[in-house]
Design a protein around this ligand. Structure first.
Ligand code: FAD
Length: 425
């Protein structure tokens, strides 16, 4: 009689944990997810997925499903603050640069192109549903991973600080977010810095007066620089749901609670949101965040591996956090499958850690840092000429765009099978 395979344990039913569970479950590996909250949490965070992540969804057999629940937009633009118009409202600010993510006039936007949009909370529900449907994945809510004991051939975890609640698995994936308890238990430092600004992130219903063409808009300002991006497909002449994330400068001494007051948010909207006045902005969700640039010293300790925000954090200007986490998930699932099903060396988990840390250091960290700094450049007009990125985008020919897109396709995703071959594993 063969002994049944021990499950892979996953801390955290966030999007990264659920994606890894789906990939493993689909390949026949038993998985148990433990989520500390009583249900999947909602918070106004990620929404857009770039080409590399679309390819990962495609390879996992999920692209069409995600697209059918979401929608695709054409790309990004950078604008100055909205300006008063003759009707007493505010028009979209001058466009400093735009970065199409699909060819002009492309109405099909086949994978991988454009920005695929689906709210993180909806994506997580979809991923968990599909993971459970594999028949190999289970999820336990109100279960926090609180202790870890590693053996040569397995890992024991304790839950809810209760001596009665413990489980044994083959490996533990810490996909438990930025405040990762798994990371802390493992004693892995997460080094870097926290930016002095805070962000107030809101979901808000707004009237769509005009078509901005590039729907993900970075609005430049020295203090209250902003990202506006649609959460549901926007139609001109109708109201729809938008994510509006506004920076709060360090000198603003209001508490988080004061900032989250309706009147305080409406004051900020007055400056940064275009449209008729009085602005009819109906807020549905609001959260104040701190933002960081941080990376763990290793993503692997023995049989425990970290992925997503548990391993690295970046500011959200450029929308790269969850994309990077899902690309971690893609690489880690492949590495675990090679170890568990093909008998390959566990050394692959160290290679996973080294490669994903390198991707953060060489690509995600510098790109998101530059994206953020560019947005609060003291003179938006001058930035269009001074900043090489903006200067390049003044003439966005297909060749220029392909060159800019290169690292997003060539560096961001990690091919674990190619690495296994390279290292002779
Ligand atoms: C304002 C804002 C906007 C953003 N926009 C974008 C964007 O457009 N694109 C993008 O790519 N990224 C974006 N991000 C980043 C993105 O939200 C994160 O990268 C993403 O949430 C990471 O997913 P995760 O699964 O790693 O962690 P999380 O989403 O944090 O999930 C972790 C889960 O683990 C659970 N948990 C915690 N501790 C334990 C424990 N000990 N045991 C069991 N469960 C536990 C938590 O309850 C949670 O459900 C944004 C972030 C912010 C703040």
């Amino acid at each position: 009689m063969t002994t049944p395979m021990l499950p892979v344990l996953i801390a955290g039913a966030g999007p990264v944990g659920c994606f890894i569970a789906y990939r493993l479950g689909k390949a026949g590996v038993p998985v148990q997810i433990f989520e500390k909250e009583a249900e999947l949490p909602y918070s106004p965070r990620a929404v857009g997925y770039y080409g590399a992540t679309q390819n990962v969804f495609q390879d996992a057999g999920l692209y069409e499903l995600i697209r059918s629940e979401g929608f695709v937009t054409t790309g990004l633009c950078w604008r100055q603050l909205p300006t008063p118009n003759s009707e007493g409202g505010k028009s979209l600010g001058r466009m400093i640069a735009h970065q199409p993510l699909c060819a002009p006039g492309d109405t099909v936007r086949a994978c991988p192109s454009g920005l695929l949009n689906l709210r993180q909370s909806e994506l997580t529900k979809l991923l968990l549903r599909e993971a459970l449907a594999t028949g190999n994945v289970s999820v336990s809510f109100s279960r926090e991973v609180t202790s870890i004991e590693q053996k040569d051939d397995c890992v024991h975890i304790g839950l809810n600080d209760s001596p009665e609640l413990h489980v044994t698995g083959s490996y533990l994936v810490g996909a438990d977010g930025g405040k990762s308890r798994v990371r802390k238990i493992l004693g892995t430092p997460c080094l870097g810095h926290t930016w002095p600004e805070r962000l107030i992130s809101t979901d808000v219903h707004l009237y769509n007066e005009v078509d901005p063409v590039y729907h993900t808009m970075y609005i430049m300002d020295t203090k209250n620089y902003t990202i506006m991006t649609p959460l549901t497909e926007p139609k001109v002449g109708q109201r729809s749901l938008w994510r509006c994330t506004i920076a709060i400068p360090p000198e603003d001494e209001r508490t988080d609670d004061e900032l989250a007051q309706e009147a305080a948010i409406q004051d900020l909207y007055e400056q940064v949101v275009p449209g008729p006045r009085p602005l009819q902005a109906e807020i549905s969700t609001k959260t104040v965040y701190r933002i960081h640039q941080r990376l763990v010293t290793t993503m692997r300790k023995g049989r425990c591996v970290l992925a997503g925000d548990a391993a690295h954090l970046n500011n959200p200007y450029g929308a790269m956090g969850l994309n990077t986490g899902l690309l971690d998930g893609d690489a880690l699932a492949e590495a675990l499958l090679m170890v568990l099903q093909e008998g390959k060396s566990e050394e692959l988990l160290t290679i996973y850690s080294d490669e994903r840390r390198r991707v953060y250091q060489k690509f995600v960290d510098p790109t998101t840092t530059a994206n953020k700094l560019r947005l609060h450049s003291p003179n938006a007009e001058a930035a269009a000429a001074d900043d090489e990125y903006f200067r390049t985008l003044q003439n966005p020919t297909p060749e220029v765009l392909a060159e800019l897109a290169k690292p997003y396709f060539e560096i961001w995703r990690t091919d674990m099978r190619a690495l296994a071959e390279k290292f002779g594993l």
